[in-house]
Write a protein that binds this ligand. Structure first.
Ligand code: SF4
Ligand code: SF4
Length: 264
């Protein structure tokens, strides 16, 4: 069988012969590489259950290794080391040490869910990626990822007020990841100053590019004034879901209980 993903095999176990005859058949050339057998002893038989205990990892046992998730993966298109199918395979075998070799990239999943849409077994690979990333953090194998910091800031606002304020999420995230030095209006100005891509985003959204290039009428007719006033006001008077009351406290308690039940 042709060897796919040869890079994942320990080089010491790959044996290539210039001339190879098997059972009287000359298999030199494309078929001349063999993999030496190995015996695995460093696996954790309960690891699959551990990952199933994290949100998103529940269906990992359903995978039949078709590889559609990796083939469709946005991140795999950027970096062929990002391989959901392979990590799901390792999870099922309980090979934690192998997974930890990739701990610096697993969290980079962008949650596009292309893998989830294409998976024929409803494994929800995106959820498994999140479950693995959370397991790595939870067990102290890696620092809290930017992805987790963003999720926490997003969740905090949902729980505090029943809804989010976009600029507060962004400035809160930038501030906690030490990209800027504060939140609110000061943080927004700091982000525009320090982050070129963010400045471009703000300018495009508010049509300031038109104004700067002298297209005043275009700016006046196209700029989303009411949305900007709404966003500006929301930075000072935080939007809150009606009758939110103690709902956030109840949800926090529920989340705490669920975490304790799943991970002790
Ligand atoms: S698409 Fe689904 S079944 Fe196929 S390898 Fe990925 S997770 Fe497994
Ligand atoms: S959700 Fe993550 S794992 Fe799935 S296709 Fe997108 S980047 Fe890849």
């Amino acid at each position: 069988m042709a060897i796919h993903e040869k890079s994942l095999i320990d080089p010491a176990r790959l044996v290539t012969s210039e001339k190879l005859v098997v059972d009287g058949v000359d298999v030199s050339g494309h078929w001349n590489t063999m993999i030496l057998p190995r015996t695995l002893r460093d696996y954790d038989a309960d690891f699959e259950k551990v990952i199933q205990g994290y949100a998103g990892g529940e269906n990992v046992h359903r995978c039949w290794q078709c590889g559609s998730c990796t083939n469709s993966c946005t991140m795999y298109g950027q970096n062929t080391d990002f391989n959901p199918r392979y990590w799901i395979y390792l999870t099922r075998l309980g090979l934690k040490e192998e997974i930890l070799k990739d701990k610096e990239i697993i969290w980079q999943c962008v949650s596009c869910n292309r893998c989830t849409n294409i998976c024929p077994k409803d494994v929800r690979p995106e959820g498994v990626m999140k479950a693995l990333a959370h397991w790595i953090e939870h067990e102290g194998f890696g620092e809290k990822s930017k992805s987790s910091i963003f999720d926490e800031e997003f969740a905090r606002q949902c729980l505090d007020r029943g809804r989010i304020e976009d600029m507060e999420v962004l400035t809160g995230f930038f501030s906690q990841t030490k990209q800027i030095s504060g939140t609110g209006l000061g943080g927004l100005m700091d982000a525009i100053n320090k982050l070129a891509w963010f400045k471009e985003l703000v300018f495009r959204m508010s049509k300031l590019n038109d104004l700067m290039s002298g297209k005043v009428m275009r700016f006046i007719t196209r700029t989303p004034i009411s949305a900007q006033i709404h966003m500006g006001l929301a930075m000072f008077v935080k939007p809150r879901t009606k009758s939110w009351g103690r709902t956030g406290d109840v949800l926090r308690q529920y989340i705490k209980e669920q975490k304790e039940a799943a991970h002790g």
